[in-house]
Design a protein around this ligand. Structure first.
Ligand code: SF4
Ligand code: MG
Length: 313
């Protein structure tokens, strides 16, 4: 059963509010109901753009996002509203997405009230339930965001997302700004919510070690293209693409995976003017003549394991 299928090609370089929208080039991503997909790549690879498109908050300039087999851009009325609420995003910095002048109870309760998910009389209980789910004490609901720690603010953001009863959470670097011990707590919360609420996740991170423990499947992006994807154990045991191999050797706490090069060599080229052929060739220790001219196709090299590298023939 395929619930989210995106066939996307985001065009290059339209500046949006001084922020460059990174190019996503011919990406096909299928996320099954209940699945946790980790999307990994360096800054500028287009993973946030892809996340926004899949979450339905940014339309693709080309391509479509299918939900329950239908293009979300073609939906109207109640169906369009449902499609919009089905996916919620959790961002890196909750402070920038929480209104500093609103009490927590209103941050969490506003949208569900607007959408008729709770009544005026049920409002308090409804808000309390969302806060409890996110691991916050409902007694604190009359406070303002600045009165909370970074980890607690991320929990407020999570409570707000849960309050509209989503089935799909797109988490974009959701723990990147937090201390390591708090990161683990928030990741555990995501996993508990997954089983309690039967949620589906797209978990976006620049850090492979963050997605390792929670993802069923990992998708690796480099400069707007998917270069490898595989079930999580498969990626960590048998990484194929030289870029993935270099990312894995850059994971410091996994000693056994330290290989010949411990960081990804070289600068990341501009995503707006990527190198021809295989985008990774200027940094790849195995680059051949062919790599400079020919784009490697994403090919299945083992069941469910896809890689885009000429070394595979
Ligand atoms: Fe390296 Fe060539 Fe494979 Fe690209 S296609 S990853 S440059 S070997
Ligand atoms: Mg980003």
């Amino acid at each position: 059963k395929l619930d989210f299928i995106g066939k996307l090609a985001q065009r290059l370089g339209a500046p949006v509010r001084e922020e460059i929208v990174h190019a996503v080039d011919n990406v096909n991503l299928t996320i099954r109901h209940g699945e946790v997909v980790g999307l990994v790549g360096e800054s500028g690879c287009g993973k946030s753009t892809l996340g926004r498109v899949v979450a339905g908050i940014m339309p693709p300039s080309d391509g479509q996002v299918l939900w329950r087999g239908r293009d979300i851009a073609s939906l109207h009325g109640a169906e369009a509203k449902e499609a919009k609420l089905r996916a919620q995003m959790i961002f890196q910095d909750p402070m920038s997405s929480l209104n500093p002048r609103m009490k927590v109870q209103d941050i969490v309760g506003e949208a569900p009230q607007v959408h008729g998910m709770t009544t005026r009389s049920g409002f308090n209980d409804y808000v309390d339930e969302q806060l409890r789910r996110a691991g916050l004490d409902p007694a604190l609901k009359k406070r303002y965001p600045h009165q909370f720690s970074g980890g607690q603010r991320q929990r407020i953001g999570i409570a707000r997302a849960l309050a509209v009863q989503p089935e799909f959470l797109v988490c974009d670097e959701s723990v990147a700004a937090l201390d390591v011990s708090i990161q683990a707590q928030i990741l555990n919360l995501f996993m508990r919510l997954r089983s309690e609420l039967n949620l589906t996740y797209l978990f976006i991170s620049h850090d492979l070690s963050v997605v390792e423990h929670l993802s069923d499947r990992v998708v690796i992006m480099y400069l707007g293209r998917v270069v490898e994807q595989a079930p999580s154990e498969e990626i960590f045991a048998r990484a194929n693409h030289p870029y993935t191999v270099s990312l894995l050797s850059a994971v410091p706490r996994i000693e056994a995976r330290k290989r010949a090069f411990t960081t990804v060599q070289g600068e990341i080229p501009s995503p707006l003017n990527p190198p021809p052929g295989c985008h990774f060739h200027p940094r790849c220790p195995h680059a051949m003549e062919r790599c400079r001219v020919e784009v490697p196709a994403l090919k299945e090299i083992a069941p469910g394991h896809l890689s885009a590298c000429h070394l595979n023939g």
